[in-house]
Design a protein around this ligand. Structure first.
Ligand code: FAD
Length: 470
């Protein structure tokens, strides 16, 4: 049997690995020969899918770590460099023949190209009598299990959430636990090595996140999540998104641990803790959505009437947005956070996405791509969901006439300009009152420290209302 690791580089709550180990221990209990596992390092394919360098680095760090961890379980994980999915299929076919593999086991991937690859490979391997057995490791509630009364995917989040909660309450989620305590022990040397590298210490390995950061978040920060989650100058959110996006932490473990600490959480919808769970359910919503609506993986608007809308796509304005030179400090600071760190706060993702689509009338797909190319947590389902929400083209999206005022957003969520000043130090000496739109202040003080605004808010708003009204 061959274990094929993909977006699931973890030993903890990994259904394919659990199955693999249970079958192998039945069949080859005393074997000295290591069991075989593979992971394809497919940089060209990843680049085609717009994976950012920081995400690739994050995944490779976990791949190398898993080689060591699986060795403790007598599994030899080979990292094989290939260009694309076609080569993966060819490689697997011949690998199975050469090594007399009788079954390939993996966890499914929800995206369209991955699904197509697996369908084709299933047929090819079947012709040689080798089953490709797939499990599901990326969601808490299995996709296809939360449906409305007509048996189809919900079109609105709130009833989806209710049905999702009912499913979980009725015992509908499985958590397989850790395969081996020994393998999960954090190696101190690795952690020290990690800390020498700045990016790595910001985003340590999943084992460190699970043992140190997640419990601290549950212990100390989750109770103020609702209060702090929208303030970008505060580290008030969990920072778990890169781990969930890369599949190196199981969402089912996240819920298991949460319910161990807050056993009544599923019915405590007014609590601070529930507001965090609510976000986890949004993640589930978008993954279930692309499972049912594969067209979303092909750059299509969920709302079909917006599919052929003629975006203005001004290249100069787009470049100003990408580089954080719009003249709106909160937008610019947010884009600089993305460009400098590979991550952006959720409130700011909403603000910059709204600004690109509604103030600049630039296609959400360009913003979606730019985000994927720069985010450490780039994830097709959540990114597409977030962009289509902000652009009002998506499922249960923001109504088109709700247009964030970037100055008002700045006043509300960064009142003293702490976040702005961190990423735009040129504005350090601008007063708190003026920081949200400092152009008059700059003129009055005869300074030359910041870009002029590329659009005027009120005018842009009126243009957007006319543009969207189709
Ligand atoms: P927390 O606030 O601690 O939330 C916990 C987890 O819940 C997150 O890690 C994430 O898995 C999930 N979650 C939170 N908010 C959302 C949401 N709005 N939609 C779906 N899941 C959510 N998230 C990604 O993981 N990858 C993306 O590529 C991505 N792109 C986005 C693009 C736009 C335009 C928008 C508006 C949102 C996007 N999000 C994306 C969702 C959200 O911004 C991030 O998940 C969140 O900022 C990650 O920080 P955190 O882990 O500290 O979140």
């Amino acid at each position: 049997m061959l274990l094929w690791l993909r977006n699931d580089l973890r030993t903890h709550d990994n259904p394919a690995l659990h199955y693999f180990l249970s079958r192998n221990s039945l069949n080859q209990h005393d074997s000295e020969v290591p069991f075989k596992a593979i992971f394809f390092v497919c940089e060209k394919q990843w680049q085609q899918h717009d994976w950012s360098p920081i995400k690739i680095d994050f995944i490779m760090r976990h791949a190398h770590d898993l080689v060591k961890e699986l060795a403790l379980l007598n599994i030899e994980l080979e990292l094989i460099e290939l260009d694309n999915f076609t080569q993966q299929k060819t490689y697997l076919n011949s690998y199975c023949q050469q090594h007399n593999i009788t079954e390939v086991v993996a966890n499914s991937e929800v995206e369209f190209n991955e699904q197509q690859r697996d369908k084709a490979l299933t047929l090819e391997l079947k012709a040689s009598g080798i089953p490709l057995t797939l499990f599901e490791a990326d969601v808490i509630v299995p996709k296809g299990k939360v449906l409305n009364q007509s048996g189809i995917m919900y079109k609105v989040f709130t009833p989806f959430k209710r049905a999702w909660l009912t499913y979980v309450q009725q015992g509908g989620f499985e958590y397989l636990g850790k395969v081996s305590n020994k393998s999960l022990a954090v190696n101190k040397t690795d952690v020290q090595e990690e800390e020498q590298n700045n990016i790595s210490s910001t985003w340590p390995l999943a084992s460190v996140f699970e043992q140190q950061i997640l419990p601290t978040f549950y212990q100390k920060k989750i109770s103020t999540y609702k209060l702090n989650r929208d303030i970008p100058s505060i580290k008030g959110t969990s920072g778990i998104s890169p781990y969930l996006a890369a599949g190196v932490i199981s969402p089912r473990y996240v819920l298991r641990l949460l319910l161990n600490k807050y056993p009544d959480l599923l019915v405590a919808s007014d609590s601070e803790e529930f507001s965090w769970l609510n976000e986890i359910i949004w993640r589930e919503f978008y993954r279930h959505l692309i499972f049912h609506e594969q067209r979303l993986c092909k750059h299509q608007c969920y709302k079909e009437n917006y599919q052929d809308i003629e975006w203005h796509n001004d290249a100069t304005l787009f470049e100003a947005w990408c580089q954080g030179r719009t003249g709106y400090p909160l937008v610019d600071a947010a884009m600089r956070q993305l460009n400098q760190t590979g991550w952006m706060h959720n409130r700011l993702r909403m603000v910059v996405a709204s600004f690109l689509t509604k103030h600049l009338l630039i296609d959400w797909r360009l913003g979606e791509k730019y985000f994927m190319q720069h985010l450490i947590d780039g994830d097709l389902a959540s990114n597409n969901g977030g962009w289509q929400w902000a652009a009002s083209t998506g499922c249960d999206a923001q109504p088109y006439f709700r247009i964030f005022n970037p100055i008002r957003q700045s006043e509300r969520f960064d009142p003293k300009g702490l976040f702005i000043r961190k990423y735009i130090p040129e504005l350090a000496n601008v007063s708190d009152k003026a920081i949200h739109f400092p152009h008059q202040f700059i003129e009055d003080n005869e300074l030359n420290i910041y870009w002029p605004a590329i659009v005027e808010h009120k005018e842009a708003r009126l243009k957007a209302l006319a543009f969207y009204k189709i």
